[in-house]
Design a binder for this molecule. Sequence first.
Ligand code: NAI
Length: 477
Amino acid sequence: TRKIVFKFVTMSDTFDVVIIGGGPGGYVCAIRSAQLGFKTACIESRYTLGGTCLNIGCIPSKSLLNLSENFSKAKNNFFNVGIETGELTLNLSKMMKIKEKSVTVLTKGIEFLFKKNKVTYIKGQASFKSNNEIIVQEKNSQKIYKANHIIISTGSEPTSLPGIKIDEKIIVSSTGALSFDKVPKELVIIGGGYIGLEMGSIWKRLGSNVTVIEFLDHIVPGMDKDISIEFLKILKKQEINFKLNSKVTAVNVVENKAVVDYTSNETNIRKRIQVDKVLVAVGRKPNTEELNLKKMSIKSDNQGRIQVDNKFQTSIKNIYAIGDVIKGPMLAHKAEEEGIAVAEIIAGQSGHVNYNIIPGVIYTSPEVASVGKTEQQLIKENIKYKIGKFPFMANSRAKVINEIEGFVKILAEEKTDKLLGVHMVGPHAGDMIAEMVLAMEFGASSEDIARTCHAHPTYSEAIKEAALAVDKRPIHY
Ligand code: NAI
């Protein structure tokens, strides 16, 4: 076979910059590199651009979150507000087609942007041959590309638990859970993190009985505790079941059903439930296996993340890594920032990512959003702080629209009043957090926010009021 393979190897172009992986990190990096005047190529094995985010992550989930929320509102709220419909039915396959269309439109959009920016799009599986040669395997042929700078941006893939095999039929990852062909009656979700709670919301709204089994005694580890407690309360009110402090010990498929065994960490009591589907959402791991990194002696840490310095350089100087394959939150926007920074660094500019100010958003209803330090982090780091909180219950816009759950919490440094962290659960929190991200980038104080005019009536007034509350002078609460 070696001979056959070599027969088809052809030497091809040399590029200034080659990016392996066409997800949010890689494609953004490719466009920025081309903008900076580099001859740029981006290699992608999926045959569509956009990576996990566009194809099987952020985008299709947000489509289904929106569609399922409309369904749930029509079913549960319309009647109460004077909108009376006939019997409501769910056409799941139509909903799935709409989701798929939104994915196609966006992935094609990136292809268009590549053409516009003269980025060469190479389809196939890439691996390293040498420091500046990449082999691209496409069906039965191989091609070798040369590059002065190579950026690894191959993203991540779902992890599972020992002994639990994801078959994407009954035991699924987020990929399978985005494409169920009918609404599972009983759905167990292992892991109360970002994926578990977003996917749980979708299927609960469409009619599943959802049970989230979480190892810790709270949901979304790392989130500010106040928000986590409030968020859990809200999700429980939506009738999502939670088994916290519980460890899943086995999942077995028996006659097209999943049998889930779990044990309480407190009491050690073992329980068993039988369900239609199980979603495993216990985190993701870097996707580096096919790259031939070991032979290249590119160093990784004990979690399989490629080690880079503050210029994104790996142990080989002209090879860089960004996004989910390196340390930091596995978020599309973090990868995008790194993509831009690394392209600028290669161009001799001072590309930079401010890791202290990366927002996180959970697109449930209501949304959860945060930026900066949590109260627990401030306590741990011995930083003195002031708190301002404001509930959406006291925000006129939220009241009119009856989206009154949740609150805004602002943490400011005790002495200087500088914003240290902002956390919120409430309507449109995911968009509203942008104001606070910007404020923190400019080093704003809570007084700066409190003295900034916010349009009335908007949800954003809750932010201004929370800032006033830092100085114990909110107007409407
Ligand atoms: P995650 O890290 O957010 O949550 C995993 C959860 O599983 C944690 O709560 C953890 O305590 C729990 N867990 C771990 N082992 C367990 C066990 N044996 N039994 C029960 N629970 C267990 O990971 P998730 O939700 O899989 O998401 C993966 C990545 O994708 C995250 O890094 C997240 O940032 C990203 N993502 C971001 C989204 C967004 O920005 N809205 C949406 C979806 C994913």
